[in-house]
Each structure stands twice: as C-alpha cells, then as structure tokens.
Design a protein around this ligand. Structure first.
Ligand SMILES: Cc1cc2nc3c(=O)[nH]c(=O)nc-3n(C[C@H](O)[C@H](O)[C@H](O)COP(=O)(O)OP(=O)(O)OC[C@H]3O[C@@H](n4cnc5c(N)ncnc54)[C@H](O)[C@@H]3O)c2cc1C
Length: 437
C-alpha cells in the first residue's frame, strides 16, 4: 500500500536488517537512502565468488519454522529458489562421530549412561514447556542445566556446547540462551521421526537480498555502497542528516541505524553521554570461520558438534549436506567455525597460522582425507557477531526509539531473547516499521 509520505529516511547498514527496512519503507512511500560501508549488500549474509559461483561467507540455513523469513522470500518473488532437505546432526567425542538426531539416537548415545541420556532428553522437553524467559534470565545457564541434566551430562554435553558458542565467557550467560536455542532447534523437527528440516536459497542467502534490492530500486531507493557514515548530524537534539567519510552531509528527516551498538556509539557527536555509554559498553563475540572446499563429501552430517577442547574449531558444518552440491559447482563446503571472545588473540592470527592449526586437527579428526581432496582453505572472520548479554542486564538493552529525536535503531542486541538470525532480524525490522511515525 503506497502512501503520500515523502519523509526522507537514511538507513545505516546494508545487512538483512537494513535491506528489509529499505524494502518495507519504500513500500510505504518513504524517500529512502541506504548507506553501506562495504562494496556489497548483505553484511554477515554476504558472499564471495568461487568457480564463478556465489558462496555464502558464513553458513546460512533457514529453518522450516522461520515463518517471517519464508514469508519475505515468497513476497520478494524468489520462493522457487528455496530447497528443503532433511538434515542430520552428529556429535564428535573421543575420536568418534555419533549421530544425534532422533530420540532413538539420544537413547543410544554411547558417551552417556542410560540415566544420563534420560536426563538429557528431559532437559530438551523441559525447555519446550518453559515460557517465562524473564525468570530464567536471572539464572546462570550452568545452574539451570545442572538442575535437570545433572553434573555429568553438563560436563559431557552442555559445557562443550557453551564453550563452542561463548568461548571463555560462558560463565556470564543466563539460562535464556540455551532455552532459546533449544526452542528454535525443536521448531525444525517434524513428526514422530523428529526429522530435522532445513532449507536454503539457491545461489546463497544473497538471493533474497538481491530480490529485495531490485524491488527497492524500482521504487526509487538509493543504495550508496562503499559509503561509511562518519557521524550523525544533530541539531537541537534532533537528527538532521548523516555525514559521510568525505565530509559531505546528506540531509535526512529520520535516520535508522542497524549497526552493532558500539558502531552507533562511534557516530554520535559530543553529548548524549548516558546513551553513548550504554551503547559502547555492549560486548560482542567475533567469529573465525575458515571454509574448506573439497572435491568430495566428508560426512553425512550438516553439523557435527565437537566436545574435545583441544580442537580449535567447535563444529564441522558441511553445508553441502543441506545445499545440493550441483548448486555450488559440485564443490563440497565444510565450514569450521570458532566463536571468539573480544580478547582472544586468535582473531588476529594471520590466515596461514589459522590454516596450519585448523588443518592439523582436521586431519586428526578425518585421517582418511587426502591432501588432493582439498581444493581450498579460505579464512572468513567477523568481529561483531554474537552479542553477550550477561545475567540481569535486561535494562541495558536499548530501545528502538533513541533519546535523539528522529534517530531509531535496531540490531541483534535488541532481539533478545531470540537469537541473532535472519528470522529474528526480519521480524525485528517489522517492529521498527510499526514504531516509526
Ligand atoms: C558464522 C555465522 C553463521 C550464521 N548462521 C546463520 C544461519 O544459519 N541462519 C540465520 O538465519 N542466520 C545466521 N547467522 C546470523 C545472520 O547472519 C545475522 O543475524 C544477520 O546477517 C544480521 O544482519 P544485520 O543486518 O542485523 O547485521 P550485519 O549483517 O552485521 O549488517 C550491518 C551492516 O552495517 C555495515 N556498516 C557497519 N558500519 C557502518 C558505517 N559506519 N556506515 C555504513 N555501514 C556500516 C556493515 O558493513 C554491515 O553490512 C549467522 C551468522 C554467522 C556469523
């Protein structure tokens, strides 16, 4: 529905959040300009070219329960590019990979005793019935897990999973995090067989961004790539525009920032000390995410979680067990991620050092793999990925409406208790649209 509203809106950041906002605002008749620092749209969901084919920089799956995302995909006209696959999960423990998909797998999971398996299953069921996340947000994750799972299951299963996701910071995390993750993952299970259904977009996640961009361009949205915003222009506590790195100013009636919180803090001029402090102190984990490109299949699993702390990466994500290899030029894509705390020096390692460390352990895990099967090893990294929300800090979450008139914000800190993913981000974009005048 097109209105006569011709307010000028500047959107800062061209990731999924920014592009979804541009699409929705252009539908409503706003005069939209989107500023993206990088040379392509997509942010964490961007791509690189390999063998003439788009490859996601980071693995991206769309769960069958991601209703907002599937709705946007249909609406933007690329619904025929979605493909569903029943995927499998595994667990790597003491040199062996165990299937970890169905209740039967759980009940015969060798690293745990019968009673421990039962307690693990109970924890998963228990999470589905917990609805008061504000209460469990005050409970440290280990206390919540140990109460139902017990110490041994915690040490064997949960603690390594927490380490995988939070590096050294898992002690600060509330129960909400695992609760949210268990709820999301169970949403993909179908029927009594508990088959896990996931989907992907042919030619990568960028297929959606590209489709949204096309609609935006038809409605006159201006995309300024390679354009970092340097500062916000503010007059009498009201935003009046954005200053670009070359010093020029674009006047705007309204600005929506989709940057991570410290990124927005850096754009604020002098003053607004409380707001600036609130944004700047928000911590994020980064990710170091090498991709091994192989000429053949490695395992049957989409993801293998790793419990062994001596292995530098924390999962093996073989996306070509979800994505048809024919859609990526018959390459086989194996991502080996490691989430890193802000002070983890690994993030600064040169690519060659990452390769040496990663491949040494990769070969221990998969001794049959021949060097000739490996076509490439490409290191991807991102500094601001997973917001860290310590226990009892809900008041630190900023609002969409900021203390500066005309300035609105949205980022993955604010989608809490949901996890940072495309589904939650697109849903949050709709909340922003419902909030702005
Ligand atoms: C390893 C990994 C795996 C993931 N797996 C999944 C998955 O399976 N499924 C799923 O749904 N999600 C997944 N995600 C999460 C998903 O990628 C993110 O939730 C989503 O992309 C966040 O989008 P965003 O627009 O909020 O932020 P971003 O993508 O970070 O976008 C912010 C943009 O702002 C730009 N920017 C920064 N500073 C400036 C400036 N000063 N001026 C202009 N522009 C600026 C940046 O360049 C960037 O493009 C994964 C992420 C990672 C890292």
């Amino acid at each position: 529905m097109q209105s006569e509203n011709k307010q000028r809106v500047g959107i800062i950041g061209g990731g999924i959040m920014g592009v979804t906002l541009a699409y929705r605002l252009s539908q409503r008749g706003y005069d939209v300009t989107l500023y993206e620092r990088g040379s392509q749209l997509g942010g964490l969901a961007s791509y690189f070219m390999y063998d003439g084919q788009r490859i996601d920089r980071f693995y991206h799956t769309i769960l069958s329960s991601d209703m907002s995302m599937h709705g946007l995909i249909q609406e933007s006209g690329v619904g025929e590019k979605v493909h569903f696959t029943a995927t499998k999960q595994g667990f790597y423990d003491k040199g062996k990979i165990y299937p970890f998909n169905t209740p039967v797998d759980l009940m015969s999971f060798p690293p745990l005793s019968l009673i421990q398996r039962f307690r693990l299953g109970l924890q998963i069921v228990y999470a589905q019935f917990e609805s008061d996340w504000r209460t469990i947000d005050r409970i440290p994750v280990q206390d919540w897990l140990m109460k139902v799972s017990g110490r041994k299951v915690y040490d064997k299963v949960w603690q390594p999973l927490l380490r995988a996701k939070f590096d050294t910071l898992s002690g600060d995390v509330p129960a909400t995090y695992i609760w949210s993750r268990l709820k999301r993952m169970m949403g993909t299970r179908q029927g009594v067989t508990s088959k896990e259904m996931m989907s992907y977009l042919e030619d990568g996640y960028y297929t959606l961004i590209e489709a949204l961009e096309k609609h935006c361009l038809e409605r006159g949205v201006v995309f300024k790539l390679n354009t970092a915003i340097d500062k916000l222009e503010i007059e009498n506590s009201k935003v009046s525009g954005v200053r670009l790195a070359d010093g020029s100013v674009d006047p705007q009636d309204m600005v929506i920032s989709t940057l991570h919180s410290p990124g927005l803090a850096a754009l604020l001029p002098d003053g607004f000390a409380d707001f600036k402090t609130k944004l700047a102190k928000q911590e994020y984990l980064g990710v170091l995410c090498p991709l091994v490109i192989m000429d053949r299949k490695l395992t049957p699993y989409y993801v293998i979680n790793i419990t062994d702390a001596s292995i530098p990466f924390t999962a093996v994500v073989e996306t070509t067990n979800l994505v048809d290899p024919a859609h990526v030029k018959n390459n086989h894509l194996v991502y080996l991620p490691k989430y890193v705390a802000p002070d983890n020096e690994m993030m600064q390692w040169p690519d060659e050092q990452v390769r040496t460390e990663w491949m040494r352990t990769f070969k221990q895990m998969f001794p049959d793999v021949q060097d000739s099967w490996i076509k490439d090893f490409i290191v991807q990294r991102a500094r601001y990925v997973e917001p860290i929300r310590p226990i009892n800090t809900l008041d630190d979450i900023p609002d969409i409406v900021t203390p500066i008139d005309g300035l609105y914000m949205g980022n993955t800190v604010m989608i809490y208790p949901d996890l940072g993913n495309g589904e939650a981000v697109t849903r949050f974009a709709d909340r922003i649209i419902a909030t702005i005048p």
